[in-house]
Design a protein around this ligand. Structure first.
Ligand code: MN
Length: 250
């Protein structure tokens, strides 16, 4: 029976983690450790400057007060699994996509990244769509990916970023292996004011379409495919090695 470690970045109460937990529990044992609040955009932050408290939510299900997705995976592995490696770390299903450069901000993807750092095959799941998302249908798609990975395994240093279009099952065109795309929307800063008239600032983003390059994560979900991007921990830009050779010795 497979053993899973599950987290997310939307909080333990989110529909996405509930649906995925239920689906994974039909396959094996699921240790769920998730933040107590929505931490979307928290990236790969790990809390080591202060202690944290943990509350039990349900059977094999805990929430870390103020903990990030990376904290949750950390606690799941070292505390609740006592250092025993699960077969798979899953993160999600996130409310909203994690595509292109956005994956660097993503707590969802960082949950999977933390799993990979601990030496465990890991998958991040996100919903392409924010309104009327059918998470039970998405979890069904996620299950197919999970089963395939359990069967085939995953190369070293690899984790997967999966984005699922919010479409009825019969309208999903299939799975597509993709590369990380580039986003085409702008961040902007809204200037607001508090009740006393003092300024407040709010970082937000204005979406105006995607860079629809074929083969990218954006392209796949936009065209109704489930996007599967293999990621790696090694961020080295090997192509740039040659460029800088000679500039810094050698
Ligand atoms: Mn999120």
């Amino acid at each position: 029976m497979p053993l899973f470690l599950l987290t997310n970045d939307d909080g333990y109460f989110s529909e996405g983690i509930k649906a995925l937990r239920e689906k994974l529990r039909s396959l094996g044992r699921v240790i769920t450790v998730a933040p107590d609040r929505n931490l979307s955009g928290v990236g790969h932050s790990l809390t080591f400057t202060q202690p944290l408290r943990i509350r039990r939510v349900d059977e094999d299900f805990w929430t870390v007060i103020g903990g990030t997705p990376a904290d949750c995976v950390h606690f799941g592995y070292y505390l609740f699994l006592d250092g025993r490696k699960p077969d798979l770390v899953c993160s999600g299903i996130n409310e909203g996509p994690n595509l292109g450069e956005d994956i660097t901000y993503s707590g969802t993807v960082s949950g999977a990244m933390e799993g990979r750092i601990l030496g465990i095959p890991s998958i991040a799941f996100s919903a392409f769509g924010r309104e009327d998302v059918d998470f039970s249908q998405m979890a069904e798609v996620a299950k197919k990916v999970v089963l395939k990975v359990l069967e085939r395994g995953m190369p070293e240093d690899t984790y997967l970023n999966v984005n699922i279009p919010n479409l009825p099952e019969e309208e999903i065109k299939g799975f597509m292996l993709t590369c990380q795309g580039r986003r085409a929307y702008k961040e902007k800063v809204l200037k607001l004011s508090d009740p006393s008239g003092r300024p407040l600032y709010w970082i937000t983003a204005e979406e105006f379409g995607w860079h629809l390059e074929e083969g990218t994560d954006y392209w796949a979900v936009y065209h109704g495919y489930v996007s599967i991007t293999p990621l790696q921990l090694d961020l080295t830009n090997y192509r740039a090695m040659e460029y800088f050779r000679g500039s810094f010795g050698l």
